[in-house]
Write a protein that binds this ligand. Structure first.
Ligand SMILES: [Fe+2]
Ligand SMILES: [Fe+2]
Length: 477
């Protein structure tokens, strides 16, 4: 059964907000600050309206309601997946006990921290993407950018709801802080590194939505398993929206690769920079960058905190229910990446056996890596289909890392350990240089005409919600 939600309310929701006046007032007093943040840090391109999907309910019909919407009137609602009254905790020391509807006192600080870290990423990406509208390659892409932006805004609402509803005054203070930290700010940056990087061009945007949003998918997947039922239900619903963000990244890179391949074949050359498209080696460098900074988001290769979160039931594994083990992991082990310094000053990349609980970050990162490989295979099929011998690939896990076992060393994309000099000499071949970035940016001329598309990218195979590519997805102001 679906809980009805009244979309005419100030804050659309399916959490019976009108029954809880105190919570409603707290959220209503946060809302103007959110709107002010959206005005100053959200999409900068002025529009009349945008063809957007709005969640107005969680049921099959309601969660994807499409219409042309005035952006500043967008309704960021609070929606949790349906409650399963019989839900039991699926892992850790409390396995088999009923899921929690309230926050147990002993886990309060840890749960709040997990929610704040997740919440901080949501507005960060909106800030990073603020200026992209000005250079959109088509109205279709512009609409997708705004769709991702409003949904990340809604995900912020989702985390703020939990903070307000379950964490008292401290939760309200954290909700304020989520609007005060800003991506790339020197005084108060966002919590995680990748969310302080710029997203200055559309190739970066597609790579970000492919690699960094995909990290978000995996983090939400672990929180969806949480014993704290409201967090679990919130994340379950957010994951539905994430699927669209993944699609934007996957097909975005598809279309860049497709167009580059086309121009390479037509002109029988690899040297396509002057022909108005992005050369494959530059696409590879962007991939290397976004993949490596996203790997860092999974944290250290071993973590006792994460082991404790698991045992406490706060955060599970990706697809916990499908794992064929005891879901407690107290007797299991896992091999994690490590640097083996034989004491002779010449470290080598190796593996180390640790307890499965301590290695949970590695478990999650590996799930993510095999998912990422799927995109690369797909892009390589496009190259193969065009009759080209070149291939893209994921760099070695030790490449360009700032977190974990490889933070202190430099390695090539093939996983060869390098001296500082070798790294300095080589990095321009592996990561985007200023010349590469300037070239990519020079291609970013806006195409805001209906049915038209920039020359550096192929049109999409399908439009949105059954509409054609040349639909009027956005009316500019
Ligand atoms: Fe999100
Ligand atoms: Fe997302």
């Amino acid at each position: 059964m679906t809980t009805a939600s009244d979309y005419s309310e100030k804050i659309p929701n399916n959490v019976d907000l009108r029954e809880d006046r105190r919570l409603q007032r707290a959220l209503e007093s946060w809302q103007p600050n959110f709107l002010q943040w959206w005005e100053s840090m959200g999409p900068a391109l002025p529009t009349q309206d945008v063809y957007l999907r709005t969640a107005i309910n969680v049921g099959r019909e309601g969660w994807a309601h499409f219409d042309h919407v005035v952006m500043k009137d967008y309704r960021w609602g609070i929606f949790l997946a349906e409650r399963d009254p019989g839900r039991q905790i699926g892992f850790g020391g409390h396995k088999g006990e009923p899921a929690w509807q309230k926050v147990p006192g002993e886990y309060r600080a840890d749960l709040q921290r997990l929610i704040v870290i997740q919440g901080d990423t949501e507005p960060a990406s909106v800030e990073q993407q603020r200026n992209l509208g000005a250079t959109a390659p088509s109205l279709y892409d512009l609409r997708n950018l705004f769709q991702v932006n409003v949904e990340e805004g809604r995900h912020l609402w989702a985390m703020v709801y939990l903070l307000h509803a379950y964490f008292g005054r401290e939760g309200r203070e954290e909700a304020e802080e989520l609007l005060h930290r800003n991506s790339g700010s020197l005084e108060s940056p966002r919590i995680l590194g990748a969310f302080n990087e710029e997203t200055p061009d559309w190739l970066s945007f597609y790579m970000f939505t492919y690699f960094t949003d995909r990290d978000g998918k995996y983090q939400l997947g672990t929180l969806k398993e949480s014993a704290f039922d409201p967090l679990s239900r919130t994340c379950e619903f957010m994951l539905k929206e994430e699927a669209h963000h993944m699609m934007v990244g996957t097909t975005g890179v598809d279309r860049v690769v497709e167009r580059t391949a086309q121009v390479m074949v037509e002109n029988n050359t690899d040297d396509v920079a002057a022909l108005g498209v992005i050369p494959l080696p530059v696409i590879q460098k962007y991939l290397n960058f976004h993949y490596s900074v996203s790997l860092d988001l999974f944290g250290g290769d071993t973590s006792t905190n994460v082991a404790n979160y698991y045992t406490a039931g706060l955060k599970g594994r990706w697809l916990e229910g499908r794992r064929k083990d005891d879901h407690k992991l107290t007797d299991d082990s896992i091999m994690v990446d490590a640097l083996d310094d034989a004491g002779d000053g010449h470290p080598s990349i190796s593996q180390l056996e640790v307890s499965a609980l301590v290695g949970l970050n590695t478990d999650l990162r590996r799930e993510y890596i095999s998912d990422c490989q799927g995109g690369v295979n797909r892009w390589n099929k496009i190259l193969a289909g065009a009759g080209l011998p070149q291939r893209l690939k994921l760099p070695h896990v030790a490449f360009n890392r700032r977190v974990g076992a490889f933070a202190g060393i430099e390695a090539s994309p093939d996983g060869e350990l390098l001296t500082a000099d070798e790294w300095d000499r080589g990095k321009g071949q592996w990561l985007p240089t200023d010349v590469d970035k300037t070239h990519v940016r020079s291609l970013m001329q806006p195409v805001h005409e209906r049915g038209k598309i920039a020359a550096w990218i192929a049109p999409p195979r399908n439009g949105i919600n059954g509409k054609p590519f040349d639909y009027d997805y956005v009316h500019l102001a």
